[in-house]
Design a protein. Structure first.
Length: 596
């Protein structure tokens, strides 16, 4: 590097890289003159930020003396620089000149420190691209994508943090912010200190999503962790829309999806809003009314403040850089990463173990939460061994590379759906084991657990919620607890249901008998003349309209056979009240009214 300039500004060397020796001298002089300014001036400076190596050495020595609790002054530093000459000036005399030329105001010294940092960053950018160009000219075979990734990561590491808050803060300022947060929650009519997840029970347990928190949302495959992340993102975005309508200017939800494309995320949100099954939409099994509701939801939610980045193979550095860019462009209120194990570390650490790489990623996500002052939700897989044990409820030790994940997280949530595992072990139908399995399935159907395994803001807990698989939606409401404890009671419940349907079907038949029946005049030889006959096909269609929803219409024939069987009078000596006869082309239902 070059040499310093004399105090009268006479250059001692020609240097082509950006630098500002005057600013470096004034920063050093300010710290020497007032050691207490070091905490403000030197907090973001490093020895290598000084262009001249002598200045870098002086800064490093001054920092060491101050951090050791001693006074840094020309006199106390004399032994370190007595044998050094700075141009024509001896080391001690140079320290005296720096001390004498020090700025008198802290604000000026801070400005000079920013100049030193800015020029250091500019030099680093130049050197990064110079090294990369040299590497290219040497003909080293490196994929363009990998080269771009390396440059982006190195440049991103130079970026100063968005948040400049550091050091001590008076309790009064912190207390005022705490009161402001509580006041906003009070004005909303609730007790949340953070963003609402959209699930009242989970909000009650966590107090909402807190700013600067890293929330790990984990679960095995099929447990719905992506669904819950999307549900929460949608709930937060709806809250942001309400704040916009009230005159505020909130930011957006930043959703990084490293596996699922953006249109699938949008489809899940639109399905939840329109109440139309995403599976049926993908298969095209929707009617015109349902499709219109889905399309209307797209128009209604067009301004939903969610920004989706579906880039695959992101490094933690790239993700942080993009989140910062969104923060500057339109603001960020929540960051969601789906999912942690698909992120990569920087090039410099990829040769280490995966555990070290994950440690870098979780530390980066926690740093991002603090820097942007927003909650960050990062999804995580759990160990595959969870599927091998009898109790499949997850715990902290099931997190993959769990050491750093558990340590850096403020909150760890697990999603668990017993129904998913029960479906995979259905016993042979008709057996006692199947009857017990059937009861367990009824107990688990439409239910899910959100397990709070770590919570820095309160106790651990298990939150029971509902889960609608057709809409991939978690909700507060769970199915009613109407499970029969025995097989006999279950059969009795089924019979009661059938009797109810049969009674309604019989009423429909009697109505048709008055409006659309014919007298038996040889049509059916099993029944005497004068009996009322009704078209079996017409009766079945009317019953299907009244008794069955669209998903069960195909089961109408079987249901009607059960109803006819149930309505037949078993008493001996009396003809059945209802029966079916006629040809396959012209089937009839006949009825004999009971006599008084």
């Amino acid at each position: 590097m070059g040499a310093v300039m004399t105090m009268d500004g006479r250059p001692l060397d020609q240097i082509k890289l950006p630098h500002n020796i005057d600013a470096e001298q004034l920063v050093l002089g300010a710290i020497l003159n007032t050691n207490d300014w070091f905490a403000k001036i030197g907090q973001h400076l490093k020895p290598e930020d000084f262009y001249d190596p002598i200045h870098g050495n002086m800064f490093d020595t001054i920092a060491g003396v101050i951090e050791a609790g001693h006074v840094a002054s020309p006199v106390s530093l004399k032994p370190y620089f007595e044998g050094i000459e700075v141009g024509p000036i001896r080391g001690f005399d140079y320290l005296l000149k720096l001390w004498d030329a020090a700025p008198k105001r802290l604000s000026d010294a801070v400005d000079y420190a920013k100049i030193v940092k800015d020029t250091a960053i500019t030099r680093s950018i130049y050197l990064i691209f110079e090294e990369e160009m040299a590497d290219i000219l040497r003909g080293k075979p490196v994929a363009a994508a990998k080269r771009l990734d390396r440059v982006e990561t190195l440049v991103n590491d130079l970026r100063p943090p968005l948040s400049t808050a550091s050091g001590f803060e008076g309790f009064g300022n912190a207390a005022a912010r705490a009161v402001d947060i509580a006041a906003r929650a009070y004005q909303r009519g609730g007790v949340l200190a953070g963003l609402s997840t959209g699930l009242a029970r989970l909000d009650d347990a966590l107090g909402g999503l807190h700013r600067s928190d890293l929330v790990i949302l984990a679960g095995a495959t099929g447990m719905g962790k992506s669904a819950l992340a999307i549900n929460i993102s949608y709930a937060v975005a709806r809250g942001l829309l309400e704040r916009q309508s009230a005159g505020e200017k909130p930011g957006a939800v930043a959703f990084f999806s490293l596996e699922m494309p953006a249109d699938q995320i949008a489809q899940r949100i639109l399905a939840e809003h329109s109440r139309v099954s995403g599976w049926r939409l993908r298969k095209g099994f929707v009617n015109e009314l349902e499709f219109s509701a889905f399309a209307d939801s797209a128009a209604t939610l067009g301004s939903l403040p969610i920004e989706i980045d579906a880039s695959a193979g992101l490094t933690i550095g790239q993700l942080m850089m993009r989140a910062r860019g969104l923060k500057k462009r339109r603001g960020v209120e929540l960051v969601v990463v789906d999912y942690l194990q698909l992120l990569k570390g920087t090039d410099r650490r990829r040769e280490g173990s995966r555990v070290q790489e994950v440690a870098e990623i979780t530390a980066g996500l926690k740093m991002l939460a603090k820097e942007l002052d927003v909650p960050v939700i990062a999804l995580s897989q759990v160990s595959r061994d969870i599927g091998k044990r009898e109790d499949k409820r997850p715990m902290l030790s099931d997190l993959r590379e769990s050491g750093s994940i558990e340590m850096d997280a403020d909150v760890v949530l697990f999603t668990f759906r017993e129904e998913y595992y029960l479906k995979k072990v259905e016993p042979k139908p008709g057996t006692e084991a199947h009857a017990e399995w059937d009861v367990a399935m009824e107990r688990a159907h439409g239910r899910a657990d959100i397990i709070i395994a770590k919570n820095r803001h309160g106790p651990e807990d298990t939150i029971r919620v509902g889960f609608d698989a057709t809409l991939t939606q978690f909700k507060d409401e769970t199915p009613e607890e109407t499970l029969p404890p025995t097989r006999e009671k279950r059969e009795r419940q089924k019979k009661l249901t059938l009797i109810k349907e049969a009674t309604e079907a019989f009423g429909i038949l009697r109505s048709l008998m008055r409006s659309a029946s014919i007298e038996n005049d040889g049509h059916v030889d099993k029944v005497g003349k004068g009996a009322k006959l009704v078209s079996y096909t017409l009766w079945r269609e009317k019953c299907a309209e009244v008794l069955l929803d669209s998903d069960r219409i195909e089961k109408a024939p079987a249901l009607m056979e059960k109803i006819i069987k149930d309505l037949r009078a078993p008493s001996s000596g009396h003809p059945p009240l209802i029966g079916r006869a006629g040809s396959s082309e012209h089937p009839y239902v006949w009825i004999i009214e009971a006599k008084d």
